[in-house]
Design a protein around this ligand. Structure first.
Ligand SMILES: [Zn+2]
Length: 317
């Protein structure tokens, strides 16, 4: 019986932010192709992501913000019908098209459904191959290619609807998960551990000192050996002491050496090692329960190889 779930949805490919944008639908195609080619796909329990509800989104975001996101889509559709622009710009890097809202509901819905399936014992763990990503999305603000914080929605869902007391969010994207930090800082039911290139986008994100955050800023050009040392030194003791009942991963693969979105030096074996560390924590304290959500990763081939390495460890392949 397959125990690692793989959640995705075709709506996640319809969201796009303009010609040549790095956060593009082809990212999901590259991942799917790689998993098919290597036979990994056959070992996964593939499931279609349902749509999240508005109430789900409000686990992480303000009601007005969620309403405005939906309203922007309706407004854009009307404008387009009248011959207006195809995209509504949120910031210089982030815009929505008429499909963004649906993609966002599927991305958050995948994380929620994966959590339900893992909590029900149908799956041991799951990977959500969805977009838009989420870890820059703040309580009341979209930014950095992100609209809804999928990982926080799922973590709060596990706490508030499944009755868990402690969950961890592990963020290994090269960028600081400022949105996650913005929403969960001070929420002692969630421990967030992360590393990120610093100084780098988003500026200033690493200054919070809330006691439930373990931020590990690393300089550009840091390679895997040093990152592993930092994880052993900073993440693992905190995770061990916290004993999370479930672990959520903001799985960004843009710290890969070939990814020129940033300047870090990780490779596939580093992602496999990091995943194994997280899995060991989950095995010891959380009955193995992990839900991992795709964040960044923009070099298509490196992204696909890194996701393969990550999923192989999740699925014990
Ligand atoms: Zn990133």
């Amino acid at each position: 019986m397959n125990k690692t779930g793989y959640f995705s949805h075709r709506d996640c490919r319809k969201h796009e932010m303009g010609e040549g944008h790095p956060e593009c639908p082809q990212r999901l195609d590259a991942i799917d192709d790689r998993l098919l080619l290597t036979g990994v796909a056959d070992a996964l329990d593939q499931r279609e992501a349902p749509q999240a509800s508005i109430t789900d989104l409000e686990l992480a975001h303000g009601r007005m913000y969620v309403a405005s996101l939906r309203g922007l889509t309706d407004g854009l559709r009307d404008e387009m019908a009248a011959g207006g622009p195809t995209h509504a710009q949120i910031d210089p890097d982030t815009s929505l098209n008429v499909y963004t809202w649906d993609a966002t509901l599927r991305a958050a819905g995948a994380a929620v459904a994966a959590t339900d399936a893992v909590m029900a014992g149908e799956l041991v763990n799951a990977f959500c191959a969805t977009r838009p990503p989420g870890h820059h999305a703040c309580k009341d603000k979209a930014m950095g290619f992100c609209f809804v914080n999928n990982v926080v929605v799922a973590a709060r869902h596990a706490l508030e609807r499944h009755g868990l007391k402690r969950v961890a969010i592990v963020d290994f994207d090269v960028h600081h998960g400022n949105g996650t930090e913005n929403i969960v800082a001070g929420d002692q039911r969630i421990l967030m551990v992360s590393f990120f290139q610093h100084p780098f986008y988003p500026e200033g994100g690493s200054r919070s000192h809330a006691s439930n955050l373990v931020n590990v800023p690393v300089p550009a050009y840091t390679k895997g050996a040093e990152v592993r040392e930092l994880i052993v030194q900073h993440w693992l003791p905190r995770l061990e002491a916290y004993k999370p009942e479930m672990v959520f991963i903001s799985a960004g693969f843009d710290a890969h050496r070939e990814d020129d979105m940033a300047q870090m030096g990780l490779v596939e074996s580093d992602y496999a090692w990091i995943t194994a560390q997280i899995k060991a924590v989950a095995d010891r304290h959380a009955q193995g329960r992990i839900v991992s959500c795709l964040e960044g990763g923009y070099h298509l081939d490196a992204l696909a190889r890194s996701v393969e390495a990550h999923v192989r460890v999740l699925a014990d392949l």
